[in-house]
Design a binder for this molecule. Structure first.
Ligand SMILES: *[C@@H]1O[C@H](CO)[C@@H](O)[C@H](O)[C@H]1NC(C)=O
Ligand SMILES: *[C@@H]1O[C@H](CO)[C@@H](O)[C@H](O)[C@H]1NC(C)=O
Ligand SMILES: *[C@@H]1O[C@H](CO)[C@@H](O)[C@H](O)[C@H]1NC(C)=O
Ligand SMILES: *[C@@H]1O[C@H](CO)[C@@H](O)[C@H](O)[C@H]1NC(C)=O
Ligand SMILES: *[C@@H]1O[C@H](CO)[C@@H](O)[C@H](O)[C@H]1NC(C)=O
Ligand SMILES: *[C@@H]1O[C@H](CO)[C@@H](O)[C@H](O)[C@H]1NC(C)=O
Ligand SMILES: *[C@@H]1O[C@H](CO)[C@@H](O)[C@H](O)[C@H]1NC(C)=O
Length: 607
């Protein structure tokens, strides 16, 4: 993933680093299996008149709610991202689409808003991280697909209904996609960004979406994205702001991505191994990272991020055309900070800060603060009742001899807070907790040419909201992120080597919620298994093969979705999907209809 390493001097810096590594540390650089990312790839003999390949991330379609009408679509921005690295984001004035104002005027409500990123590219190019902001609030964090000579197309759709408050107001759309184009890296990303809106005839339930969204990001003008860049373990990036004094609920939605030295943080050995083996080209500080979110002096929560592998990661041929889980649509992480409102309702500025435990350069982090306001009162009153945030528990067991060794890292953290808020809706008590655990085993063998990483992140969180008479909301979410990465380097001679890789990556998520808004249940099992080979020469992939199998199973009170898809050498070789929830299937209790060999579904269903 290109980031500051592809900065100023861009890939030249990478090549230089590699060159320095090769010159200074021929054996160390040669033997160490840390080539998780190849900055460019060139596969010979492509037929330039062949049709473009459609890349995609497997996800369930976004369905407009029953009885809603639409879409009414508005093009927000159209741009060709060529020489954009280190330049200001591309911006466009945002005016709420006329249909949105008209719907509000007739008492209808927004049922669904979908942001669609559609792009094409041809040639050769790095994978680039990009962000889309509306009035400073991040709406999409994503990574570009890597083009082929014959061209590629892809699209990403994200449900942005929760930003209704922002969509209703004039503002500014900003897109930062830092790209560099030269004789070698020819790909220009052509992009259309479109908003699709669907409406309900009736007004919305009052409490559904926030009344105000306050961006916790960097303000324009900037020659970068609006995210903060956290560069090391002591770096804290923050913003001070005040919130309306009639706030009665507050949720911080955090966006996170990791690049350059920490792109593959979960494979990093401790510094001691690096020093002992003089591996100056390898990233260290061990394999544990977490984002800490602070409001003033309180740790209000943490993010133990899903290990997104970008489209150039490990072996780029694994992610063509089925991209890595989350790479086109990075997950965001919610931290309910309502218990802390007692500290924030004084009309004064408070500091919202982000740090990353053990960070290496660089983490891009920002957040959207979703606020619910008491429309019947100018002032709400809060108090923090209890708060518990013991220090991170982190342990490392290891042993190594030369380049071979084993490192087992374990970690756990717990944060919980309870607070009450008095508003015209009564006195409401909110408890929010997070409970994390993590284990990572990192083994080097065959004189460091083989690395095997097996990691599991387990994150539980819950919100309980009650007033004096009833439970208003009780929600529990359990996420498990398994990851297995095998890489084997061989035939290393000078600047040439071969790499075999095997990657297993998944998200298992369950959530149950109950209370006044009714019961809901969601369960997702999303797993990828990818294997590939590649031959690399002078930092270019000269040949190789990748294959990927993905199974996505979603069951929820809002519907079901299933897809089982496999690809090999750029081609989809099997693809079954369905959306039936009927009972009776022997394995999952869910029966899915089969659409064998149907092309990838477009995620947005047109009414
Ligand atoms: C192991 O790798 C190191 C560094 O590349 C090299 O110096 C050493 O000769 C290798 N040892 C064996 C037994 O191959
Ligand atoms: C290139 O691809 C086009 C379209 O797929 C095909 O018609 C043509 O025969 C191909 N040319 C060669 C040299 O393979
Ligand atoms: C963007 O929209 C224009 C105009 O409709 C269209 O010609 C172009 O193909 C679109 N580009 C992409 C990448 O979707
Ligand atoms: C960490 O990063 C910050 C921000 O870039 C910088 O000011 C500081 O010097 C760095 N600290 C270390 C120890 O590198
Ligand atoms: C690492 O470098 C130091 C000093 O340059 C040298 O003494 C030591 O032998 C080197 N160790 C290895 C494993 O190459
Ligand atoms: C990873 O480790 C877990 C136990 O922590 C084990 O159950 C699992 O089989 C391992 N995965 C692989 C692919 O070896
Ligand atoms: C992969 O596909 C290309 C055509 O796109 C073909 O030339 C090549 O032989 C295929 N490789 C394998 C190993 O199937």
């Amino acid at each position: 993933m290109a980031s500051p390493a592809a900065a100023a001097s861009g890939h030249r810096r990478r090549l230089l680093l590699l060159l320095i590594a090769l010159l200074l540390l021929p054996f160390a650089a040669a033997a160490a299996p840390h080539r998780h990312r190849v900055p460019s790839r060139h596969l010979a003999s492509l037929n330039a008149s062949a049709p473009p390949t459609t890349f995609f991330e497997v996800d369930r379609p976004i369905r407009p709610p029953l009885g809603s009408a639409g879409p009414c679509s508005a093009l927000l921005l159209s741009h060709s991202f060529g020489e954009t690295y280190g330049r200001p984001p591309v911006t466009a004035a945002y005016a709420p689409p006329e249909c949105l104002a008209a719907a509000r005027a007739r008492g209808a409500s927004l049922a669904l808003a979908v942001l669609e990123w559609a792009a094409d590219c041809r040639g050769r190019q790095f994978d680039r991280i990009f962000g889309v902001w509306l009035s400073g609030a991040e709406l999409l964090r994503s990574c570009t697909a890597e083009p082929r000579a014959t061209g590629i197309v892809w699209s990403v759709s994200r449900d942005v209904t929760r930003y209704a408050a922002l969509l209703n107001e004039p503002g500014e759309v900003a897109v930062y996609l830092g790209n560099l184009v030269d004789k070698t890296y020819t790909g220009v990303y052509h992009v259309n960004l479109t908003l699709h809106l669907y409406f309900h005839p009736a007004p919305p339930p009052l409490t559904q979406h926030a009344d105000l969204i306050v961006p916790i990001s960097r303000s324009l003008p900037l020659n970068d994205g609006q995210w903060f860049a956290v560069q090391n373990a002591t770096d804290v990036q923050s913003k001070s702001l005040s919130i309306p004094s009639n706030t009665y609920r507050a949720v911080l939605e955090v966006s996170v991505s990791f690049h350059s030295s920490d792109e593959f943080w979960y494979t990093n050995p401790p510094n001691e191994y690096i020093q002992a083996n003089n591996l100056s080209s390898v990233s260290g500080n061990g394999a544990f990272r977490e984002v800490i979110v602070k409001v003033d002096d309180h740790i209000v929560g943490a993010v133990w991020p899903f290990t997104v592998i970008y489209t150039g990661g490990i072996n780029p041929l694994l992610w063509r055309p089925i991209t890595g889980i989350g790479s086109f649509n990075l997950p965001t992480y919610d931290i309910d900070i309502t218990p802390f409102l007692g500290k924030l309702l004084d009309g004064k500025e408070h500091n919202f800060g982000f740090a990353v435990t053990n960070a290496l350069d660089v983490w891009y982090i920002d957040a959207n603060l979703h606020l619910w306001l008491d429309h019947k009162s100018k002032k709400t009153v809060g108090s923090l009742i209890s708060y518990d945030a013991p220090a991170l528990a982190l342990n490392l067991d290891y042993g190594f001899s030369g380049l071979d060794g084993k490192f087992v890292t374990g970690a756990s953290r717990h944060v919980s807070a309870t607070g009450s808020v008095k508003s015209s809706y009564g006195e409401v008590t909110t408890t929010f907790y997070q409970r994390f655990s993590y284990v990572n085993s990192n083994v080097y063998r065959s004189n460091g040419t083989v690395q095997v990483v097996n990691q599991t992140i387990d994150a539980k969180s819950g919100v309980f909201v009650k007033d004096t008479s009833a439970v208003l909301l009780s929600e529990e979410v359990h996420k498990v992120f398994p990851l297995y990465v095998y890489t084997g380097t061989s035939d290393q001679v000078g600047d040439e080597y071969s790499l075999i890789s095997l990657v297993k990556l998944g998200i298992n998520e369950k959530s149950v919620s109950g209370g006044k808004l009714g019961f809901s249940y969601r369960s997702l099992r999303n797993a990828q298994s990818a294997r590939g080979t590649m031959k690399v020469k002078k930092n270019l992939v000269v040949s190789g093969l990748g294959q990927t199998h993905q199974v996505y199973k979603y069951m929820g009170t809002d519907g079901c979705y299933f897809r089982d898809v496999s690809s090999k050498n750029y081609t989809i070789i099997s693809d079954n999907s369905g959306d039936s929830c009927s009972k009776g299937s022997p394995s999952s209790g869910v029966k899915f209809s089969s659409n064998k060999n149907q092309p990838a579904r477009k995620r947005l269903l047109k009414l």
